[in-house]
Design a protein around this ligand. Sequence first.
Ligand code: ZN
Length: 129
Amino acid sequence: MSGVDVVNQAYADGLAAGQLLLQRCGDCGRHQFYPRIACSHCTGSKLTWVRAAGGGQIASFTVVRRGVSADFTAPYVVALVDLDEGVRMMTHIIDADPEQLEIGMPVALDFQQVAIAPGRQPVFRPAAP
Ligand SMILES: [Zn+2]
């Protein structure tokens, strides 16, 4: 996220409080991520913020084997995770052997400081069996 503005202020405040907040539409009931001014499903404007439960599954991932800078120690995993709320987000998978990851693997939300963004960012780790 390049900056905090009126649309994503609540999201940023949530991260600062250790919560991943998603928008939920009061018209169609669906969730969306990233934050927008209207519902991406029905264009409704009755959006409220709800806390993500923290569960999801790996939809896709790639293993980066050459760090782009000293801030990124390779190998690391960039993934698309489908949250249980029905939204997909790009994130990192931490504390996992990249060779053991699979599409569909359940993951759990965590937070991690990253060098290129302020505050803690949402990441995921393999869910406990
Ligand atoms: Zn909607």
